[in-house]
Design a protein around this ligand. Sequence first.
Ligand SMILES: *[C@@H]1O[C@H](CO)[C@@H](O)[C@H](O)[C@H]1NC(C)=O
Ligand SMILES: *[C@@H]1O[C@H](CO)[C@@H](O)[C@H](O)[C@H]1NC(C)=O
Ligand SMILES: *[C@@H]1O[C@H](CO)[C@@H](O)[C@H](O)[C@H]1NC(C)=O
Ligand SMILES: *[C@@H]1O[C@H](CO)[C@@H](O)[C@H](O)[C@H]1NC(C)=O
Length: 402
Amino acid sequence: MHSLSILLLSLPFLPGHVLADTLQSVISAYSLTAASYNFSVPTTTLNSDDAAQWIVSKWDATGGKLDFGENDVVFSPDPASTSATVVRRQGGVTVPTSAASSTASIRASSSTSRSTSKSATGSATSPSSTNLSGQPPVLRVEYPQGSYSKKTGGTQFTSNLTTLAGGSAGGYEKMLLSYDVWFPAGYNFNLGGKLPGLRGGPDRFGCSGGNQTDGTGCFSTRLMWRQNGAGEVYAYIPSTTTLCSQGQTICNSDYGVSLGRGQFSFLTGQWQTIWLLVVLNEVGKSNGLIELWYNGVQALQFPQSALRTSSSITGITGLFFSTFFGGDDTTWASPTQQFSYYRNIQLFAGSGASTAAGPSTTTSSTGSKGGAGARMGGAGGWTAAAVLGSVGVLAVVGWGMI
Ligand SMILES: *[C@@H]1O[C@H](CO)[C@@H](O)[C@H](O)[C@H]1NC(C)=O
Ligand SMILES: *[C@@H]1O[C@H](CO)[C@@H](O)[C@H](O)[C@H]1NC(C)=O
Ligand SMILES: *[C@@H]1O[C@H](CO)[C@@H](O)[C@H](O)[C@H]1NC(C)=O
Ligand SMILES: *[C@@H]1O[C@H](CO)[C@@H](O)[C@H](O)[C@H]1NC(C)=O
């Protein structure tokens, strides 16, 4: 196992040498074969009314509706095969480089741009093109200009894998989420935003939007992009002493725990593949696992995690599709109307919590969420970030994958 760590640690010094895994190798290594699920897509593009209906009926959004964002989802052509990827700027300012096609596309899309009225029967947004060029459509999520958190843009829903794949009600202790994400060329990441991940526990409503968790009702492990596309796992999990004393973690600087910020970065104008693995810890032990691969290369590995402190959390529920700008004030807002795209969403599940060694779980004293310097970007939050920069990539601390 040490040789693996040394190999990973030496990667930055071997330019051009990339250690890539395959999805199947990860599935096998962690025995994620108890259940799997593909999120099916329609055969045509769909406007937001129909797209929201698709998500509710085919992806089994928990509670029979999206948490928010019905008007911000459409199924649109794959941005890789169309000019639908242009960033539409308010006021007709264009960003993309391929001038001719983008101008046409912006003009075309202005007639289908977002309705400002949100009446019950309000008109829904539509994909900017309906020409699929023979490819399956992809999910497009809109962030209106000025939107941040507070259900003002983006979307959120949970798809419960135990229901989707006929598993046990308690859920699975191990789960891998795979999806591709695309940010259009010219995308303005601003300060950051949420991206889909996993969640668990009986509390359907907690573990997003503000309150730290004590590990008894729920947990969530979403991704975030930060400034310039810096990637991380953003977790609502207990801030345990073990986790918070590891490198690459930022605890108590925000509502969730920031894991591995900047160890990979999102790019624009291309599909990027995310695999997020979560293995529940044994109750009382910090031996859970949170790992992430970016384009098939392992980017984050947090082996001594505690996702729960109580047996009231029996498993991982499934997909927590949650994406929006923010952050909880206007500095996080999307500066323009922007979009992100998703395809190939898949879940793989296995049974059994981690049996790895790990220290017993002790919770560090959590900073008050509104305290001075506690907000992201506050003075306190960046101490750890500065350390992180000098720690180097993938300090794996001798923990083996297999
Ligand atoms: C998911 O899709 C892949 C690729 O199309 C296919 O090989 C696999 O069997 C599907 N899995 C399920 C559970 O439908
Ligand atoms: C659809 O797009 C393809 C190329 O992406 C183009 O060749 C074709 O003519 C388009 N079809 C229509 C009906 O516009
Ligand atoms: C997930 O589905 C199972 C089976 O229907 C159910 O028992 C469980 O309560 C659901 N979990 C959540 C968090 O909705
Ligand atoms: C967050 O905490 C406040 C007070 O501590 C409580 O009133 C509220 O219901 C909590 N919200 C969630 C989503 O748990």
